[in-house]
Design a protein around this ligand. Structure first.
Ligand code: NDP
Length: 252
């Protein structure tokens, strides 16, 4: 009997797959049987090696995701080369820190462009293709605890992550009846380069750990497991969910 989590024969397009959460997701999808297009601006060699050693298949597509037109062109070129995608994971993301009183337009635009604008237009390209062909599709957007909370000194990041939750729900409403599942994962504190400085700050790191009911930081593979679920047949009736994978942080 086939597992409802089996992704054999599925093609996935994962942004920001060279490191961190994106790498964890790419490897998890490949382990579940999907072939994975690893997409971003840096070499995907490490992720491709991890996928190959797990017996999976992948390919690399290099593009700066700050450029919405280039990102959509890369998606369409990859689909033409390898065949249409069944799964889109909008994972790539950046953060800029400054007080709201001093927040610059550049720090606003840079974050919104990568985290929200390109993510929406990749979803649009994916949805158009799946709906036109009558194919099933799964979109998994990477949100944040700051899709639910305010945060401090991260105005554009908070706006982008509230925006990601919003467009996840909007696209789910528009496309649930068109055989496209649109959902999001809201990671808690995950061990990646992005959080290295936070983990190096002993006082802040201890305060964070004390507030996580699970008693540990998350790993990229924890997010990968949720992505496999949301991309799979098991989640076929799940639409518009923004799933916290945070060791219980938001439940507290
Ligand atoms: P990392 O900084 O480790 O990875 C971010 C990824 O996005 C990298 O692959 C990076 O590529 C890519 N990226 C950023 N900008 C661009 C760009 N212009 N073009 C192409 N690729 C780009 O972060 P995480 O793995 O921690 O974060 C991944 C996602 O998870 C983000 O959306 C983040 O907001 C979200 N998240 C993370 C949490 C955490 O605790 N770590 C918590 C909540 C949400 P490159 O290496 O080339 O810069």
């Amino acid at each position: 009997m086939t597992s409802p989590f089996d992704l054999t024969g599925k093609r996935a397009f994962v942004t920001g797959a060279n490191t961190g959460i994106g790498q964890g997701i790419a490897v998890s999808l490949a382990r579940a049987g999907a072939s994975v297009a690893c997409v971003g601006r840096s070499s995907m060699a490490e992720t491709e090696a991890a996928i190959a050693s797990a017996g999976g298949t992948s390919c690399e597509h290099l593009v700066d995701l700050a450029d919405r037109d280039a990102a959509v062109a890369a998606f369409e070129a990859a689909a033409k080369k390898h065949g249409p995608f069944d799964i889109l994971v909008n994972n790539a993301g950046i953060i800029r820190r400054a007080d709201a009183t001093n927040f610059s337009e550049a720090d606003w635009d840079d974050v919104i462009d990568v985290n929200l604008k390109t993510a929406f237009f990749l979803a649009q390209a994916f949805g158009r293709s799946a709906i036109a062909d009558g194919r099933h599709g799964s979109i998994v957007n990477i949100a944040s605890m700051l899709s639910f909370q305010g945060g401090i000194r991260v105005a554009s990041y908070t706006a982008s992550k509230h925006g990601i939750a919003g467009i996840t729900r909007l696209l789910a409403c528009e496309w649930a009846g068109r055989n496209v599942n649109v959902n999001a994962i809201a990671p808690g504190y995950i061990v990646t380069n992005n959080t290295a400085a936070l983990r190096d700050d002993e006082d802040r790191s201890a305060a964070i750990l004390a507030r996580i009911p699970a008693g540990r930081w998350g790993e990229a593979s924890d997010i990968g497991g949720a992505a496999v679920f949301l991309a799979s047949e098991a989640a076929r009736y799940v639409h518009g969910a923004v799933l916290p994978v945070d060791g219980g942080w938001l439940a507290r």
